[in-house]
Design a protein around this ligand. Sequence first.
Ligand SMILES: Nc1ncnc2c1ncn2[C@@H]1O[C@H](COP(=O)(O)OP(=O)(O)O)[C@@H](O)[C@H]1O
Ligand SMILES: [Mg+2]
Length: 480
Amino acid sequence: MTSPEKIRSVPRLGLRGRLIAAFATGALVLSVSMGAIAYYTTRHFLITDRQSAALHQAYANAALLRNALAANVPHIDLQVTSLDSGAGSVSLLNDNGQWFSTSLAVGKNSIPLALRQSVGSLHVATQTSVINDAPAFSVGVPLPSQQAAYYLVYDLSDLQHTLRVLLTALGAAAAATTLLGAGLGLIASRRTMRPLAEVSLAAVAIAQGDLETRLPGHRGDADLEGLTNSFNTMVDQLQERLERDARFTSDVSHELRSPLTTMAATLGVLESRRDELSEQGKQALDLMSADIRRFARLVEDLLEISRSDAGASDMIYDTVTIGELVERSLHASTRLNDNFPPPTLFIDPSVRSVRLMVDKRRFERIMGNLIENAANYAGGATRVSATLSHDALHLELRVCDEGPGISLVERDRIFERFYRGDISGQREGNEGSGLGLALVADNVARHGGTVRVEQGPNAKGSDFVVMIPLHREIEDADET
Ligand SMILES: Nc1ncnc2c1ncn2[C@@H]1O[C@H](COP(=O)(O)OP(=O)(O)O)[C@@H](O)[C@H]1O
Ligand SMILES: [Mg+2]
């Protein structure tokens, strides 16, 4: 299977980012289009309003001037000045090529040429242009009977200002709406993402071995209910399958036990009569007894590990002092591996009389397997120590040897089931099954602790470090 991530090389926004972006973009598009409609409608309305007002005014003024010119009123310039042309506007009269204006700043040349030409050809004309850096609307009305023309230059700067303020306000509203949209997106994404976060947490818990984890129901939500149901069904099936597998291994090992006991008993009989056997018979007997011991050991280990997988192994807790616990279990282990001198033992006085709640049999198994491995692969353990960890919360148990050590690549793998290192093949008569350290890890985990291997001091040998919490709530004490 190729995951979609592998196909896509361009980094993409996460789900939450995309939701927020969608909300923000929606708000932006909506507010900008509403704003644009509002702006252009208002603008159109205001401008046409102004233009028609200007046109009316121009017609009225032109009529007044025509009458004045017809009546040959003296001081026609005063007539022009007395015209009502509206605030900020300018009236101009072209009387036979002579120009009169109500403003010094606006004269003949301020009127756009095209407008003057249209009026010259006896048409009423209008034009919007920029006069003295301000927008203006000019109207020209020819007065042919008097060989004159009237112009009204209407100032539009206040209108421009109004429209600018409107545009700024609409822009600010659009920005605020976009932010609001993004905020809503954030809230919506939190709500939408919550079930996904639940799935992810549940998956992590399951991956860490808590197979009882299920997703809470989402009643009434058809979309989520489907997801929840299929997730929970998947975990149900997974759990069932794991339990079935574990039960199978456990049952098989159990079934193998009784024939094995018979075989061991038969072997005992044969061994008691060893002297009666021929040389060849003795060799065959030795081979067989080694194999049966190995087989018995494998079945025992397998049974133990599979029972714990099936959740069937009980923990039998006792409260003991650390000093007593370590001494006893070390004694039991070295007795079984007596072809090497016993390791030196150091128990930190600060932990010696600390009481610990442990399953003694399992603790002995931890110590026993580590001591046995040291005997098998490293010329025997050289030192065992029990101290308080750096964080002062754990018992730190170290089993050290000065053997060949364990390569970096193997340091994690040796705790896997059935993993046997290269070194194990070189030992003759070694009864290992590759389950020893897996059992150590399992038993340590049952006490809430961890186990790891380090390189020994001066790069010699290996140190197996077991950390067991000193204070722990025991939830599974009554497990069956
Ligand atoms: N003290 C040690 N020194 C070197 N190698 C070790 C030591 N203890 C364990 N190993 C390696 O780890 C492997 C796994 O150990 P274990 O799980 O006890 O299985 P087994 O002893 O049955 O082989 C061994 O096969 C060996 O290669
Ligand atoms: Mg072993």
